[in-house]
Design a protein around this ligand. Structure first.
Ligand SMILES: *Cc1c(COP(=O)(O)O)cnc(C)c1O
Length: 425
């Protein structure tokens, strides 16, 4: 077969489909950082399932554990029953992730998506504080269900709700008011002022929800000092701090939790995307022990016990997070990509770069160029996607397990794509 057969998708699959429009082929198999389509063409994957494939496609270590579990008739669907797979996972989360970081969180299994984890976090914050208002940030993305959308910035996504999105107030994210020349304390001055002025019109919020790096919002990176300032501001006023680590957690920015760079301890943390390890649906909500005021079954869901994901999650944590090697490698690879992008764009007007760890962005003044770069990269065999308000950012997010040779290859394609787009402009 030399041409991918796409008729059934175009004629039959809902118009809501998205990524298949950016990448108009039919993928068949995948391994590590590579996908292969049904015509046999290979694509290097610098998208990694929007951050759900930090350990690569069909990671052999995780696959073997999954195959052994399935072959042994391990529990696949378990609601929230106690299972051997869940016990192993909880013990590993405690011993590998939480205890070494001095974190005393309890672990909730919400439904298996990031949005469901966010819904659970918001519900819990409201229940614990007895307040309804939540503060979120400009350009935030927290998921597509109503509660998560209410704290999401993007107008088109919000419009899809079809009902008013209420009980959330957006605040300026780090850099929104002026970039690095504005100090972190000044950046948060409006929020502090509004919170402390009883006539500001801002209701006392239950929580603040924040991403340390806004992935969908355009690879906007919050400074550690801004995150610390935010954390103090919340703590001083009895407002719960929720870090949505669905995309930037599980090592995307280097350390397991993206907030470690700031040395803060959020009250509530959401994880999904790469926590299942193998690309299987799974999510967690972590909460400070004393916040666990849930009544049994108060946040429920049929697929909270995806035990196959518990198996791959457990093996991924043990295999990749028992020592500091993955974190160090991610930071080194991220630095290398960041340096290449900075050098390469230094002489190109209208393009800037930003990122942290293995999430890096090429920011185009002319947003149409970003889409063209992604399209050209696809034709040349590299998968990258845009993000940001105007889709002006080409986001690079390879699996953390990407090799140095693959990075070289991907950057060569990306460089070529940028040159092609600028030459034809
Ligand atoms: C992807 C994402 C979500 C939503 O996760 P879904 O699994 O798509 O519901 C929430 N928050 C952040 C930061 C995300 O990147």
């Amino acid at each position: 077969m030399t041409i991918a057969e796409t008729t059934v998708f175009e004629a039959f699959e809902s118009n809501v489909r998205g990524y298949c429009r950016s990448w108009p082929t039919v993928f068949d198999t995948a391994r590590g950082a590579w996908l292969t389509d049904e015509t046999g063409k290979d694509y290097l994957d610098f998208f990694a399932g929007a951050g759900a494939l930090n350990y690569g496609h069909n990671n052999p270590v995780l696959k073997q554990a999954l195959l052994d579990y399935l072959t042994g008739d391990g529990i696949t669907h378990g609601l929230d029953m106690s299972t051997v797979a869940k016990r192993r996972l909880l013990e590993t989360v405690r011993d590998v992730v939480l205890t070494p970081r001095g974190l005393d969180y309890k672990v909730q299994f919400p439904g298996p998506t990031g949005a469901n984890a966010v819904e659970a976090a918001l519900k819990l914050a409201r229940k614990v504080t007895g307040r309804t208002a939540v503060l979120n940030f400009t350009n935030a993305f927290h998921g597509m269900t109503l509660g998560a959308l209410s704290v999401t910035g993007n107008a088109a996504k919000r419009a899809g709700a079809g009902v008013p999105l209420v009980h959330a107030t957006p605040m300026p994210y780090d850099g929104y008011l002026g970039g690095p020349e504005v100090s972190a304390a000044d950046d948060l001055s409006w929020m502090r002022r509004a919170l402390d002025d009883s006539s500001s019109g801002l209701d006392r919020p239950a929580a603040v929800i924040v991403e340390t790096v806004q992935g969908e919002g355009g690879v906007n990176v919050a400074r550690p000092e801004w995150l610390r300032e935010l954390s103090t501001l919340c703590a001083d006023r009895g407002i719960l701090l929720i870090v949505d680590d669905v995309q930037m957690g599980c090592g995307r920015t280097g350390p397991f939790f993206s907030f470690e760079v700031a040395g803060i301890t959020p009250d509530i943390v959401t994880l999904s995307k790469s926590i299942g390890g193998y690309g299987l649906p799974m999510a967690l909500v972590l909460m400070r022990r004393e916040l666990d005021l849930w009544a049994p079954g108060e946040h429920n869901g049929t697929f909270r016990g995806n035990n196959a994901a518990f198996v791959t999650a457990e093996v991924a944590l043990r295999h990749y997070w028992s020592d500091g090697r993955l974190e160090a490698a991610t930071l080194a690879k991220g630095d290398r990509i960041a340096r290449h992008l900075a050098d390469f764009t230094a002489t190109l007007p209208g393009i800037t770069t930003r990122g942290r760890g293995l999430v890096q962005g090429l920011v185009f003044d002319d947003a149409s160029q970003a889409a063209k770069v992604c399209r050209t990269a696809f034709e040349l065999g590299l998968l990258v996607e845009t993000s940001g308000t105007r889709d002006e950012v080409v986001k690079l997010m390879p699996p953390l397990t990407v090799t140095d040779e693959e990075i070289t290859h991907g950057l060569a394609i990306l460089t070529q794509a940028v040159e092609v787009v600028r030459d034809t402009h």
